[in-house]
Design a protein around this ligand. Structure first.
Ligand code: NPW
Ligand code: K
Length: 509
């Protein structure tokens, strides 16, 4: 069982899922759509008013669907607070959705009733909009989850105009033109500084072009009943719910966790060292490096604190099939987790060794680097029933495991969900975002910039950390999440001290 229970504010939905939750809240639960729109707009307003210059001038770009209605609610509140509002209806005002039409009436009515509030200017088509209009900010209420194809007509012009101006842009729900599921730009998309995501976080905000287009994402709660939100199966990873690290004060050396690192052939010992050092730095009871005997002198010198278990003969510099039994006996000595892969190499006999180990070792295994390559060569994955696996592929390795290329991050998300469920494994798919898939068909996405971790060596450090956390905490998902968040915190601190700093794997040990 996955132990990561995300609070509802971290639920990620597809457009269809959010429309279903909307519809069921209205029809089954009995909250009217007009009320939902009011709550959406009001919660965006509450945040916005703290960011905007008092009584400044906002341009509200509106479509004709409910996304525009959200923007008009914001406009009504800001108008009452003395802001000047220019509402530009890209498709005119004749064909507005029912709730949006009502909000349009309310906006006009509030101005008519109060002459002392801000000014209200209505522009009924893009053609009537003066391109030299001076304003302080843009509210994007053109298209939300209703986007169904590449952006059409004057929306394109409004997006291009906005992207050329230097004004801050605040998007309602999704930046116009960004696909809510894939995060791809549909021909053209507005670049927002901030996006208010209503009711659930929209998946597209975190995939492909999403992070670049959405800017900061703020979740706005809507009165959806919790049980309806449970159709979501993706979540944003966050410290708030990934529980604090397990207790670091060991009662007995081995009770604080044992990690076997099966790694490091000749010429590739650096990877094994990074992984072992990274795990050791987490203060676990023991890190036991299981290595080909010939490489022992290198490790004796470089890793004095780490227990070494040399395998085979003094002239064995890589793992061979004949080592399988000895390795199984070694990793069965004490209860622990096994990290296999860093710097193993791809010798035929090493591949045979790894494959035998995968099929016969009943314990829990974390497969990284060459370990994944060996797995990908197998037609069938005969994972022993009792064992839990965590796989940590980068996009190329994920492609190998799938036996096909991956188109983009949306494809990667779908593939990780399917593969982890079908194969009953945990998959930590590296990339931006990192996607953590569990056998229960749940996916957790990182929200910070993981691109700094793409250089060689970071994978070994991450694998060491996951292994260390896993050796102390029995949940594969939580261990993976703790390791990711640890990297995030270290990165934030390093960049706080020096924002231009080039980070290296050893910074994260
Ligand atoms: N439902 C609720 O309870 C709540 C919903 N909420 C809000 O509603 C939003 C969803 O609203 P929605 O479903 O009305 O769709 P929306 O994004 O406004 O656009 C639809 C219009 O766009 C048009 N159009 C489509 N594709 C296009 C393209 N490529 N290029 C150009 N035009 C295109 C299409 O017109 P067409 O041209 O097809 O006639 C259609 O009329 C959601 O994101 C959230 O903000 C919140 O208030 C909370 C409660
Ligand atoms: K929008």
């Amino acid at each position: 069982m996955s132990s990561l229970i995300a609070p509802h504010s971290f639920y990620i939905s597809t457009s269809q899922e959010s429309q279903d939750i909307d519809a069921r809240t209205i029809q089954e639960f009995g909250i009217e759509s007009f009320t939902l729109m009011e709550v959406a707009g009001y919660s965006a307003f509450r945040d916005l008013i703290q960011r905007l210059q008092p009584k400044s001038h906002g341009l509200f770009f509106c479509g004709k669907g409910n996304n525009a209605g959200d923007a008009l609610v914001v406009a009504r509140y800001l108008l009452q607070h003395g802001f000047d509002i220019t509402a530009v209806f890209i498709s005119g005002t004749d064909d507005l959705s029912e709730d949006t039409r009502k909000n349009f009436q309310l906006l006009k009515r509030i101005k008519e009733a109060n002459s002392s509030i801000g000014s209200l200017t209505i522009i009924s088509s893009w053609n009537e909009f003066d391109l030299h209009t001076e304003a302080d900010f843009v509210i994007d209420g053109m298209l939300g989850t209703g986007l169904d194809s590449e952006v059409r007509g004057d929306y394109n012009k409004a997006i291009t105009w906005s992207n050329k101006e230097e004004l801050p842009v605040y998007a309602m729900d999704i930046p116009t033109g960004l696909h809510g599921d894939t995060g791809k730009v549909m021909g053209n998309a507005i670049s927002a500084d901030l996006t208010y995501s209503f009711g659930t976080l929209k998946q597209g905000l975190y995939l492909n072009d999403g992070p670049g287009k959405a800017g900061e994402v703020i979740y706005c709660e809507l009165p959806f009943p919790n049980h309806l939100k449970d159709i979501c199966s993706a979540y944003l990873l966050d410290d708030q719910y990934v529980l604090a690290e397990p207790d670091r004060s060991p009662r007995h050396k081995y009770e604080a966790g044992v990690l076997y690192v099966v790694a490091g052939s000749e010429g590739l010992t650096g990877a094994a060292m990074l992984a072992a050092q990274s795990a050791w730095a987490e203060g676990i009871g023991a890190v036991i490096l299981v290595c080909p005997h010939g490489n022992l002198p290198i490790y004796e010198k470089a890793l004095p604190q780490i227990i070494k278990k040399p395998i085979g003969e003094r002239d064995d510099y890589f793992f061979k099939e004949e080592h399988t039994e000895e390795v199984i006996a070694t990793i069965s000595e004490k209860k622990g987790k096994v990290l296999i892969g860093p710097g193993l190499g791809r010798n035929d006999s090493t591949i045979g060794f790894v494959q035998q180990l995968l099929e016969t070792n009943e314990g829990d295994m974390l497969l990284d680097a060459d370990g994944l390559w060996c797995l990908a060569q197998l037609k069938e994955w005969n994972k022993p029933k009792a064992s839990t696996w965590i796989l940590t592929p980068h996009p190329g390795e994920l492609s190998n495991l799938l036996g096909r290329s991956i188109e983009d991050d949306h494809d990667r998300l779908e593939s990780v969900k399917t593969l982890s469920t079908e194969k009953n494994v945990n998959i930590l798919s590296k990339g931006y975002p990192v996607i953590l898939g569990t056998p229960e068909a749940k996916a957790y996405l990182t929200s910070y910039d993981t691109r700094k971790f793409s250089r060689a060596g970071f994978g070994d450090v991450l694998a060491g950390k996951i292994g260390a956390f896993w050796s102390r905490d029995n949940s594969a998902a939580k261990s993976s999440a703790l390791a990711l968040l640890k990297g995030k915190h270290i990165l934030e601190n390093l960049l706080k001290a020096d924002s231009s700093r080039i980070v290296e794997p050893k910074d994260f040990i």
